[in-house]
Design a binder for this molecule. Structure first.
Ligand code: NAP
Length: 319
């Protein structure tokens, strides 16, 4: 495994990490989760990502039970949660968002579900137009000072919103956000590569990027239809099928053909491509099966196999 600093912080995260969205508490029960977390740990992964909203809190319970059951040393791994969407099925106004109240309540609920005394990373899962950014920054600062959160950050905030959070933190001597959790993959590059470009140097911002396979589009599994046991076939996730419009399928087929020519799995190549960006602190993997995770671990080796000209061909294949 390779370890990278989370931006300018001193926290070293494994370059590949493992998250629970859609899978834990839905497709993946405690047995399979245990197998995958154990394999991840054995491969040097030290960061496990979660959120209050994943399977309405069930994903955190599964992860918390497995981490406790495996008896891995608490100082050897990091776990995250995220606040915004709420864990209730039909959340009332105080059960969602980024108000001081919900940030407080959600943090304590996540600590219980994950069975930990503190969250290593805590994210504001989306910007909240109903709460002043200053209120959220004060709330996060409070949790850090109480020792309940070590590093806080944002997810899918605009560059302007992130700048505002830093301005408030600086003005009041509060703990500023350390990281952002954006989507980043071969099909979705603009935010990480362009919009956020000045933030890495200005604030030492780290990134824990999600959906490196664009929810599986970059595995090649959707090039000839939607397999029944795949993410895009799941109830409630059919909106992801919008990513399969006509010209996109052509691009995905070109991409899969290039991967075949290079003798590497499309998923491995796509994850390796994300790893090449030095502003990526960690690439968060998702998997519904152990075999997928094991294949995706091969990405680290693949980053070393190809030169810049080849990586440009990879990017062009889906352009
Ligand atoms: N902050 C946010 O808003 C946000 C949003 C999304 C995700 N995340 C985090 O980021 C993590 C990773 O995101 P993601 O799950 O969307 O990542 P992804 O890598 O884009 O998609 C993972 C899914 O692709 C399929 N897959 C993975 N490897 C495969 C392989 N080798 N062959 C075939 N299929 C494969 C599996 O789905 P199937 O087997 O079901 O098809 C798997 O669950 C999440 O778990 C979550 O922790 C955060």
């Amino acid at each position: 495994m390779q370890y990278r600093r989370l931006g300018s912080s001193g926290l070293q995260l494994s370059a590949l990490s493992f998250g629970a969205w859609v899978t834990f508490g839905n497709q993946v029960g405690r047995g399979a989760a245990r197998e995958m977390i154990a394999a991840a740990w054995d491969h040097g992964i030290n960061f496990f990502d979660n959120a209050e909203g994943y399977a309405n809190g069930e994903a955190e319970k599964v992860m918390g039970d497995v981490l406790a059951d495996l008896r891995l040393p608490r100082d050897g791994w990091c776990v995250s949660s995220k606040v915004f969407f709420g864990s209730a099925v039909d959340p009332r106004p105080t059960q969602k968002g980024l108000s001081r109240k919900h940030v407080h309540d959600a943090c304590h609920a996540a600590l219980k579900r994950l069975r930990v005394d503190y969250l290593d990373l805590y994210f504001c899962h989306r910007p909240d137009p109903e709460t002043p950014i200053a209120e959220t920054v004060w709330a996060m600062d409070g949790l850090v000072r109480q020792g309940k959160v070590l590093y806080w950050g944002t997810s899918e905030w605009s560059a302007d919103e992130i700048r505002e959070a830093h301005r408030v933190a600086r003005a009041h001597n509060l703990v500023a956000p350390s990281m952002e959790q954006p989507q980043y993959n071969l099909l979705d590059r603009a935010r990480v590569e362009t919009e956020y470009a000045p933030l890495y140097a200005d604030y030492g911002m780290g990134t824990t990027i999600f959906s490196p396979l664009a929810s599986g589009l970059l595995t090649g599994k959707y090039n000839d239809g939607i397999p029944a046991d795949s993410r895009l076939a799941q109830e409630g996730l059919t909106w992801l099928q919008r990513g399969l419009r006509g010209e996109r399928i052509d691009a995905l087929r070109r991409y899969a053909a290039l991967a075949a020519e290079l003798g590497v799995a499309p998923s491995t190549l796509a994850i390796a491509w994300c790893l090449r960006n030095p502003n990526v602190s960690t690439v968060m993997l998702g998997a519904s099966k152990l075999s997928q995770l094991l294949q995706n671990f091969e990405a680290l080796e693949a980053t070393r196999r190809f030169d810049d000209a080849l990586w440009e061909r990879v990017a062009q294949s889906v352009a």
